[in-house]
Design a protein around this ligand. Structure first.
Ligand code: HEM
Length: 140
C-alpha cells in the first residue's frame, strides 16, 4: 500500500467509526446473506462480536503505516481464526461483505480509488492472518 492509500483508508474509517455498531450489524447481515453457512461458526453475542471486529479493524487501520508493531497481534488473531474453523477461502466472502458495507455507508464517497485502497488493506491484514494460521499448521 502506498501512503496515499493508507491515508484514504484511515480517513474513510473515521467516517464509519461513529456508526460502527450499525455498520457491524449490516456487515454480518450481508455476510450471512452471501454465505448462510457461516452463521453456525459464530457462537457468541453478535453485538459484542461486532464491537470486537470494529475495534480490531480500527487498531489495524490506525497502524497501517507501521504494521510491524501489530503484526504479532494480527498473527495471533489469524491462529485463533483457524481454531474457529476459518480457512483461507473464507476470507473472500468476508471481504465481499465488508466492501459492500463500506459502499452502503459511504455512498458516493466510496470511489474506485478508495475501494482499491481498502482491498489492499484487507489483503494485507487477511494475508498475515492466513499465513500465520498456515505456519501453525506446519508446526503441529
Ligand atoms: C481481516 C479479517 C478479520 C478480522 C479483523 C476479524 C476479527 C475478529 C475478532 C476481533 C474476533 C473476536 C475474537 C478474537 O479476537 O479472537 C473474531 C472472531 C471470529 N471471527 Fe473474525 N475476523 C476476520 C476475518 C474472519 C473471517 C474471514 C471469518 C470467516 C467466516 C471470521 C469468523 C470469525 C469467527 C467464527 C469468530 C468467533 C466467533 C465466536 O466465537 O462466536 N473472521 N474475528
Amino acid at each position: 500500500m502506498n501512503t496515499q492509500q493508507i491515508e484514504l483508508v484511515q480517513a474513510s474509517f473515521e467516517k464509519v467509526r461513529p456508526i460502527a455498531d450499525q455498520a457491524a450489524e449490516s456487515f454480518y447481515q450481508r455476510l450471512f446473506e452471501i454465505a448462510p453457512h457461516y452463521r453456525s461458526l459464530f457462537k457468541h453475542d453478535m453485538k459484542k462480536q461486532g464491537a470486537m471486529l470494529m475495534s480490531t479493524l480500527g487498531l489495524a487501520v490506525g497502524s497501517l503505516k507501521n504494521l510491524e508493531k501489530i503484526l504479532p497481534a494480527v498473527q495471533a488473531l489469524g491462529r485463533r481464526h483457524a481454531e474457529y474453523g476459518v480457512t483461507a477461502e473464507d476470507y473472500q466472502p468476508v471481504a465481499e461483505a465488508f466492501l459492500w458495507t463500506l459502499e452502503h455507508y459511504l455512498g458516493e464517497a466510496f470511489t474506485p480509488d478508495l475501494k482499491e485502497a481498502w482491498v489492499a488493506a484487507y489483503t494485507t491484514l487477511a494475508g498475515a492472518m492466513i499465513e500465520s494460521a498456515e505456519t501453525e499448521a506446519i508446526l503441529i
